[in-house]
Design a protein around this ligand. Structure first.
Ligand SMILES: C[S@@+](CC[C@H](N)C(=O)[O-])C[C@H]1O[C@@H](n2cnc3c(N)ncnc32)[C@H](O)[C@@H]1O
Length: 260
């Protein structure tokens, strides 16, 4: 997908969906086991790399109780579990059978139970307007072509429905290194690199202007874009990102939009 904002071709789509499915069936399970347990056991939702608390970030709309929610790329399902505990009716959709299996085990151990569906967030098996809220934390928001998953989210939401998603920032995508942590240098051009090929997997980070125009073209009104900063004190470090980097520059961000 280029800087002209075109969606992936059908061939590219088949390539990235299958590669990402295989990647998450394999590597993702090992990496995500402890994370899943930590999040399913938590009393309060904590988001993203720095575990920013829900009380600070307010990812869920205030009136979430009773709402029909769909999580796009639910992985191990903890976001849907948090939604269910807040009184919503979530459905988790994921392309990886293995990730869904972890989610089912977590649901059996911690509860609550909710539908976990094998499917592709770029082609959802739901009718128009079935949901009040679509949400993604590093799911479809990172691993799917935005020109395919955002129109799908718009399609399955009712008018007035909400879309909220967390993803890496475009700045981080420009600085992310193939091995080792991101540094203070731009390693690739922004134009033409919305679809990043990491060899075994593909990630998508549309620049801000293109994302804004895409959301608006799908009927969304953008309500907020929050650039998330790492806290002053944290013991968390990642092999691809240091807390110091993320205190100086935004490495992840939250978008809030409403279907008009
Ligand atoms: C970082 S994980 C999910 C995030 C979730 N919050 C978690 O950490 O468990 C990314 C998920 O996106 C899923 N995914 C990738 N491509 C997808 C697609 N086309 N449709 C649905 N899910 C997809 C992967 O299978 C994986 O489970």
């Amino acid at each position: 997908m280029g800087s002209d904002g075109l969606m992936t071709t059908d061939e590219e789509r088949a390539e990235h969906v299958e590669a990402n499915r295989a990647y998450w069936n394999d590597k993702g399970v090992a990496d995500h086991g402890p994370l899943a347990r930590e999040h399913w056991a938590a009393s309060e939702p904590r988001w993203g790399l720095w575990r920013t608390p829900e009380s600070e970030l307010a990812v869920f709309p205030p009136d979430v109780a009773g709402k029909r929610a769909i999580e796009l790329g639910c992985g191990t399902g903890y976001v849907s579990a948090w939604l269910a505990r807040a009184g919503a009716h979530p459905t988790g959709v994921d392309i990886s059978e293995e990730q869904l299996e972890v989610a089912r085990r977590m649901a059996a151990e911690f509860g609550p139970d909710f539908p976990l569906v094998h499917g592709d967030a770029e082609r959802l098996p739901y009718r128009d307007g079935e949901f009040d809220l679509a949400i993604s934390e590093y799911g479809a928001s990172l691993w799917c072509d935005p020109h395919r998953w955002i129109p799908e989210a718009a399609r399955v939401l009712r008018p007035g429905g909400r879309l909220v998603f967390l993803r890496p920032s475009p700045l981080f995508a420009l600085c992310a290194a193939e091995d080792g942590p991101a540094g203070p240098r731009l390693l690739r051009p922004q134009f033409g690199t919305s679809r990043l090929d990491w060899g075994r997997s593909f990630e998508f980070t549309l620049p801000h202007g293109e994302m804004l125009r895409l959301l608006r073209s799908c009927g969304f009104e953008v309500e907020d874009l929050v650039e998330i900063q790492a806290p002053a004190k944290t013991h968390r470090e990642y092999d691809y990102l240091s807390a110091e980097w993320a205190r100086n520059w935004p490495c992840e961000e939250l978008w809030r939009a409403r279907l008009t």
